[in-house]
Ligand binder design. Structure first.
Ligand code: DAH
Length: 366
């Protein structure tokens, strides 16, 4: 009996003896067929393929003395096919989702360096502006944001301050060379609000809008004056609207904001965009009338809070509204002043100072 070693490319040695009934070709051909199907079939399928079936059939019928040799070869082929599965598994790279956030249990040192969100908190002005807007929203007002850059028309002309009007000086602010203006009050939004909501009047709905916004003035800075501050503008237009509605609206708002009823008084004043115009004061919510050492009102017991009035007919007309049919009121108050009062803050400059000792008093854990 002559034995030959046939070296396979895989390194598996197949034995061949010249007097066997099967030929080495049967195994080699089966192997080649399996190799060609390798890419399209799973290893499990290859192991159940007709090629293996034929080899097993051959094994059954092979003469006894050849069985063990043929068995070895078939087993070697099976082992090889099985090894393809391992190789495939090794080759397959675990997919990574690069957009997945870190798992909750990732230790801090494996995360990017970030501040703990509990260290930060809302700025007191933002918090209060949200409260103020929320109260007005409950009272049925729409909320619109003012803009931080505007033009002469919205700042003055649409508000009944024609060119050269002396009252323009009272709203001294910053202006670019090409005439854009950092708005000195949120009244810049009045004309836009009248135009945007005037269709309400056709269906007997009022115009009721509150406009919080950032405002700017060319000021000498001190404990009560800042160049950048916030105002909340209010506009209400309907039929048969009078000063009493204005006072009632503000009293309702302030009662909710301070959590207690406040007494208010109005004193005649002048604004080009309202007629009549008033200054609005409230009783100090923090002291009793006879208490003379109150830090908030210095014992005066009245605190002047805002300007307001009945919207001037020229302003209504400029917004496309007929003042013979519809009347309305408007107001504008400084948010800082209200927040200072509520929280007993003595200097308006604290708000923009970025001082942590100040900010931490109003939220956050540190
Ligand atoms: N814009 C005024 C100011 O900044 C405040 C004001 C007064 C607003 C009367 C109004 C108003 O809407 O009707 O001083």
């Amino acid at each position: 009996m002559f034995w030959y070693f046939v070296a396979q490319s895989t390194g598996i040695l197949l034995y061949y003896s010249s007097d066997m009934d099967y030929t080495i070709d049967d195994v080699i051909k089966a192997r080649e067929a399996l190799l060609s199907e390798k890419s399209s079939k799973e290893v499990k399928e290859l192991l159940r393929s007709p090629q293996f079936g034929a080899l097993f059939a051959l094994l059954k019928t092979a003469p006894a003395e050849q069985k063990s040799q043929l068995g070895k070869e078939v087993n070697a082929l099976r082992a090889e096919v099985e090894s393809w599965a391992e190789a495939e598994a090794e080759e397959a790279v675990e997919p990574i989702d690069v957009t997945a956030p870190w798992a909750p249990n990732t230790p801090t040192e494996k995360r990017p360096r970030l501040l703990d969100s509990s260290l930060g908190s809302q700025h007191v002005l933002t918090r209060e502006l949200e409260k103020i807007s929320e109260i007005f929203q409950r009272m049925g007002f729409a909320i619109e944001e003012s803009r931080q850059i505007d033009d002469d028309y919205h700042m003055f002309e649409s508000l009944n301050f024609p060119e050269g009007h002396p009252a323009r000086d009272d709203w001294d602010t910053f202006m670019t060379d090409d005439g854009l203006i950092a708005p000195a009050h949120t009244s810049t939004m009045q004309n836009r609000m009248l135009k945007k909501y005037r269709a309400n009047l056709e269906t007997n709905e009022p115009i009721a809008v509150v406009v919080p916004g950032r405002t700017f003035r060319n000021e000498d800075l001190d404990a009560r004056h800042e160049h950048t501050f916030h105002q909340v503008e209010g506009v209400y237009v309907g039929e048969h609207i009078e000063v009493g509605h204005l006072v009632g609206t503000m009293k309702t708002f302030l009662g909710d904001y301070f959590g207690k009823e406040v007494d208010v008084k109005i004193t005649p004043f002048y604004f080009p965009f309202t007629e009549p115009s008033f200054e609005f004061s409230l009783t100090c919510p923090f002291c009793e009338p006879e208490q003379s050492d109150c830090a908030v009102c210095s014992g005066e017991h009245w605190i002047e809070l805002m300007g307001m009035g009945m919207i001037h007919p020229n302003v209504l007309r400029e917004g496309g509204i007929n003042p013979e049919i519809h009347t309305g009121f408007a107001w504008g108050f400084g948010v800082e002043r209200l927040v200072m009062m509520k929280n007993n803050i003595e200097d308006i400059r604290h708000f923009n100072s970025g001082k942590l000792e100040f900010l931490r008093q109003f939220g956050g854990t540190r």
